[in-house]
Write a protein that binds this ligand. Structure first.
Ligand SMILES: Cc1cc2nc3c(=O)[nH]c(=O)nc-3n(C[C@H](O)[C@H](O)[C@H](O)COP(=O)(O)O)c2cc1C
Length: 190
């Protein structure tokens, strides 16, 4: 908590200028209650491809992203789905964040997931795969609500406001649940 605010570091797993997932995060940030601040990172496009030869000599962007996650009470990811799974650019960033082993900023960091797609399945598969990844970084992932924005282009108005009533309701619930979940998860990881 910083200045009484619950800080959420948010990552949109897409580099696309008109990304639906970034729009979903922006809509989410605009809905944050007064005691929550959502900080959407701009660093994803600057993260280099992971190369173990660079360990100990990481790019500044990697240090900066780690610092953004470390400074937050929780992590929120809005993921696209590519070929039924996590986009490479997002997985690459999470792999960097998972290091150094045993001292990762992801360890014990509560995580909430959401995703948007023009397709029908709402990123269900990439979100499920993300849960698997967070087992390895020992990051507790909020069990629900599931936030799946299918047919995304139909659910934003001309001002970029999110209009899907079910997703709006679930985003509100997510804030409540994530704050509670974070307070429950102050356990020691062995
Ligand atoms: C290589 C590739 C694979 C894709 N595979 C899927 C998929 O498995 N499921 C899906 O719903 N959409 C898939 N899409 C479409 C994306 O959902 C769509 O491009 C979406 O707009 C990406 O998210 P963004 O708007 O945040 O950039 C794929 C797109 C690409 C480029």
């Amino acid at each position: 908590m910083k200045d009484g605010k619950f800080v959420i570091c948010a990552i949109a797993g897409s580099l696309r200028a008109d990304s639906w997932n970034r729009k979903l995060l922006e809509a989410t940030a605009a809905m944050a209650p007064d005691d929550v601040e959502v900080r959407i990172t701009k660093l994803l496009g600057e993260i280099p491809m992971l190369n173990e030869d660079d360990f100990g000599n990481e790019a500044n962007s990697v240090h900066a992203l780690r610092a953004e996650v470390e400074a937050a009470d929780a992590l929120l990811i809005a993921t696209p789905e590519y070929n039924g799974g996590i986009p490479g650019v997002l997985k690459n960033a999470l792999d960097w964040l998972s290091l150094p082993l045993g001292r990762s900023v992801l360890e014990r960091k509560p995580v909430a997931l959401m995703g948007a797609t023009p397709g029908r399945l709402g990123t269900a598969r990439s979100q499920f795969e993300l849960r698997h990844t967070f087992v390895f970084s020992r990051s507790p992932v909020l069990p629900g609500p599931e936030i799946l924005l299918s047919f995304a282009p139909n659910h934003f108005d001309e001002q970029g406001r999110l209009t899907d009533p079910i997703v709006l309701e679930r985003v509100e619930l997510m804030f409540t649940h994530l704050k509670k979940y974070a307070s429950l998860n102050e356990y020691e990881v062995v």
